[in-house]
Design a binder for this molecule. Structure first.
Ligand SMILES: Nc1ncnc2c1ncn2[C@@H]1O[C@H](COP(=O)(O)OP(=O)(O)O)[C@@H](O)[C@H]1O
Ligand SMILES: [Mg+2]
Length: 219
């Protein structure tokens, strides 16, 4: 793997797909997300997939930002090293703090996530891995940011929007059982703000269908 001369203490996260390093861009704090090699994949295919996912993630981050959805600004893309340099968001994963939030603030945050998810879908952007792990929360500003679009796509298929909402609901059910109902209600209220009544109904029907499918087969 390419070395960026980073010390271990610059490591923010090591995941299955990518490592994230603290970096800088013209003096601004930045994050470098580098897609790592998967040893079980043949080299040419592996490089192709990493390059493709890097480009797609950057394009989706940029498109979302242009539509007013809070995402880190993309500073640079290096497709030959499978990396994206982006704005550093001084926040915590929503997943780690949901339970500690006052109810009103929790509802406000989930409303916003729902609203911005609706805006994404209205603009044919699907996140692909919409969970509370992929939303950062900056407490001082009470602001949220969507990250990790690496599994996303530009698509207007109802199924893809349904999968986003389904995954989000599932992440609430598995990680935040005590607030699932309230949080999902707030999310849907926000989602309704961004999309027509008819579309919301179609998406929710699709979510039901996906969930009933899931009851017979495991995803
Ligand atoms: N722009 C950013 N600013 C600050 N932290 C970030 C940023 N992007 C990612 N992170 C941190 O790195 C973690 C992993 O990033 P993510 O894009 O979700 O990759 P993965 O595919 O490994 O889940 C996030 O959960 C978050 O803690
Ligand atoms: Mg992630």
């Amino acid at each position: 793997m390419v070395s960026y001369g980073s010390k271990d203490d610059n490591i923010i996260s090591i995941g299955a797909e990518a490592i994230l390093l603290l970096d800088e861009w013209f003096g601004l704090p930045a994050v470098r997300k580098i897609r790592v090699r998967k040893k079980y994949r043949e080299t040419t295919l592996d490089e192709l997939i990493r390059r493709k996912r890097t480009l797609i993630e950057a394009r989706l981050l940029i498109a979302a930002h242009e539509k007013g959805v809070p995402t880190p600004i993309v500073y640079d893309i290096d497709k030959d090293h499978y990396s994206i340099l982006m704005e550093y968001i001084p926040g915590t994963k929503l997943r780690d703090i949901v339970e500690s939030l006052p109810v009103k603030l929790m509802e406000k945050i989930f409303f916003e996530i729902g609203y911005h998810s609706g805006i994404l879908h209205e603009n044919e952007i699907c996140h692909g891995d919409l969970t509370t792990s992929n939303v950062l929360f900056v407490r001082e500003r009470e602001a949220i940011f969507f990250i990790d679009f690496g599994l996303g796509a530009f698509t207007n298929r109802l199924e893809d929007a349904g999968v986003d909402v389904h995954l989000f609901l599932r992440s609430l059910e598995s990680a935040h059982t005590s607030v699932t109902k309230q949080a999902f209600k707030a999310f849907i209220n926000g989602y309704r703000r961004a999309r027509s009544q008819k579309t919301v109904k179609m998406v929710l029907d699709k979510v039901e269908e996906i969930r009933s499918r899931g009851r017979y087969t495991s995803r």
